[in-house]
Ligand binder design. Structure first.
Ligand SMILES: *Cc1c(COP(=O)(O)O)cnc(C)c1O
Length: 460
């Protein structure tokens, strides 16, 4: 393969990738440009103000590690549309699978006339998800819907009602899932009444522990004691946790925390649900983030990276749990849509073939190699954390741990102004999170890190 868009610069690349768009940051003038501004005006007149966008330009095209806007500017994408476009926003394999399926049928409704793709993806997920036990899956459209249904399954299977979630958790925006989500603004404020029987427990957040020496196991015992005292183990249907928290700040619990919680859940007959909606599908350098500590959840909820950008989610878990629900108790008109499952099959196949787990680990290595030295120079960098290509920088006021949301905002704004899209997160709004597509080239990644480093030096 020849051409200017070819890249052979991948570390440990398993396949050579050919890009359709030039992989280069290129801001042609002041932005938003005229075409984006015109769209913003139309949007203001007809699109609900409640849905906000963090970038002021409108997308025209996207491929590999770049997003091109309607005025011809090329941005480096370090957000992947919130951890979705792991295989790229226009992965050729996904595009081919989608177009083949859409030529045959876009919909029959699996609850009316079933089709093979749904079954095939369920088989694939049974293979890929942790544990050797018999597994079953059911598909939906969004992460929140998967979480809702995982809780429904756990309640039916256990005959219990209480659900435990953690500080800093994010599980979605529907009624039950916003109840599970920790942060009030903007997710919950004014949207009540919220669902009942949700209990919130202390998380393991190594950087912000009062006792910096507390182990993961001790942090787990702290949560377990609260569960015993406030609820009672035999009343709890499910414990749901993100193995690396997403919106809450890319918080990686201390080693030993997840295994101990999972072990206690098992002793108590509680369904342990790992919400891998953001952390799944090679994002952390393994198929699922729980694999880093060999934790085997009873149920995993999956979405975001699963289907190369098409809306698809899944609940995969122990066969006896999923089968506890009466026929007709689970489903939805579009759940497991044939085009989305075709995309899911293609995306998962690509991840394996291109060995995107290795790719994520190489990105992790680049991140720590570049940012560790900077952390020693810049006191505002409180913490660097994350695995694979799910990486974060937590900013604090120099000399302490007081969160600095202001400096975080400025750094993100500077990156954007230079043509690098980065996202922020965290309960205190003081975390820059990096979620590049795993097909980003090394050159583009290096360029993005240059921009980020410069912005950090300027403001922190
Ligand atoms: C994004 C996210 C959700 C919600 O997914 P949607 O598709 O936005 O409904 C749930 N859990 C986690 C961990 C997420 O990151």
């Amino acid at each position: 393969m020849q051409g200017p868009n070819r890249s052979t610069q991948w570390k440990e690349a398993a396949v050579e990738i050919e890009y359709r768009l030039e992989q280069k940051r290129n801001i042609t003038g002041a932005f938003p440009g005229p075409a984006s501004l015109a769209l913003a005006e139309r949007r203001a007149a007809t699109v609900a103000a409640g849905v906000a966008s963090s970038v002021p330009v409108y997308a025209a095209d996207a491929d590999g590690g770049v997003i091109v806007d309607v005025d011809g500017n090329s941005f480096i994408d370090l957000g992947s549309g919130i951890a979705v476009t792991t295989v790229g926003a226009s992965n050729p394999k996904v595009a081919a699978a989608v177009s083949q399926q859409t030529e045959r049928f876009n919909h029959t409704c699996f609850m009316v006339t079933p089709y093979e793709g749904y079954v095939e993806l369920a088989e694939k997920l049974a293979e890929l998800t942790p544990g050797e036990h018999a597994k079953k899956s059911v598909f939906f459209n969004s992460g929140a819907e998967a979480v809702e249904n995982a809780v429904k399954v756990a309640r039916v299977a256990t005959g219990r009602t209480a659900v435990v979630a953690f500080d800093h958790a994010y599980h979605g925006r529907t009624n039950l899932t916003m109840g599970l989500t920790a942060k009030a603004a903007p997710y919950k404020r004014g949207f009540g009444p919220l669902a009942s029987e949700i209990y919130r427990m202390p998380m393991s957040y190594p950087f912000r522990e009062e006792n910096p020496n507390i182990s993961g196991k001790e942090a787990a015992e702290r949560a377990i004691l609260s569960m015993e005292k406030q609820i009672g183990g035999d009343q709890i249907a499910a414990i749901i946790i993100e193995p690396i928290q997403g919106e809450g700040g890319f918080i990686v619990p201390a080693t030993g925390f997840l295994p101990r919680i999972a072990e206690w859940a098992k002793e108590q007959g509680i369904v342990f649900i790992a919400d891998e909606v953001q952390s799944g599908f090679c994002r952390t350098g393994d198929w699922f983030a729980v694999n880093h500590e060999s934790v085997v959840p009873d149920i995993v909820t999956l979405a975001k990276g699963i289907a190369g950008g098409l809306p698809l989610s899944a609940v995969t878990g122990r066969a006896e749990l999923l089968d506890a629900v009466h026929p007709g108790g689970l489903g939805g008109t579009y759940g497991g849509n044939p085009v989305a499952v075709a995309a899911g099959l293609a995306a998962v196949e690509y991840m394996a073939e291109a060995d995107l787990n290795s790719r994520a680990r190489a990105i992790e290595e680049t991140f720590y190699t570049r940012l560790r030295p900077l952390q020693h120079e810049v006191p505002a960098i409180g913490d660097l954390r994350g695995r694979g290509a799910m990486l974060a920088i937590e900013f604090v006021k120099a000399g302490g741990k007081e969160p600095d949301a202001e400096v975080t905002r400025k750094i993100a704004a500077d990156c954007l102004a230079a043509g690098v899209i980065i996202l922020t997160c965290g309960t205190y709004g003081n975390v820059v999170r990096l979620l590049p597509p795993l097909v980003i080239s090394d050159e583009l990644l290096a360029d993005a890190f240059d921009v980020l480093e410069e912005a950090i030096r300027r403001h922190a």
